[in-house]
Design a binder for this molecule. Structure first.
Ligand SMILES: *[C@@H]1O[C@H](CO)[C@@H](O)[C@H](O)[C@H]1NC(C)=O
Length: 126
């Protein structure tokens, strides 16, 4: 009985197990940061490096916001994503507002998400 959990795609992640911090020193793999200019994923790697100042064992919740902005960009780039002009404007202005967020938790307080979140006593999110 029990559940065995596997974490996948952990390369750019960091976890504090309580005993130790598991992470990769991304600075020892400079190629990660040499992707094409303008490529959203490569640009996000470079922004992560700015935020962390190459200190990959540190906690920098702002990097999660960078990936939320990346997701917004990808949605806006996806031709198959059906959206109205208003949807696009809303996403663009969300992306701008995310610039002032320092964590994904803080980002969730944005009005963009207010209709999506359900008040659940156990969630801790209101
Ligand atoms: C991470 O890698 C860089 C480049 O190889 C090195 O200069 C730095 O000392 C390493 N940091 C740690 C904490 O090992």
């Amino acid at each position: 009985m029990g559940i065995l959990i596997s974490i996948i795609d952990f390369t750019l992640s960091r976890i504090n197990t309580g005993n130790t911090i598991l992470y990769l020193n991304l600075s020892s793999d400079p190629e990660i940061f040499e992707g094409p200019k303008g490529d959203k994923q490569s640009e996000t790697y470079r922004k992560m490096r700015e935020v962390t100042d190459d200190c990959w064992d540190g906690s920098f919740p702002r990097t999660n916001v960078l990936w939320l902005q990346y997701l917004v960009d990808i949605l806006l780039l996806k031709k198959s994503f059906k959206r109205s002009g208003k949807d696009e404007r809303d996403l663009r202005s969300l992306k701008k507002r995310l610039n002032s967020c320092n964590s994904a938790k803080e980002a969730l307080s944005d009005s963009f998400f207010s209709d999506m979140l359900v008040d659940h006593p156990a969630s801790g999110i209101v």
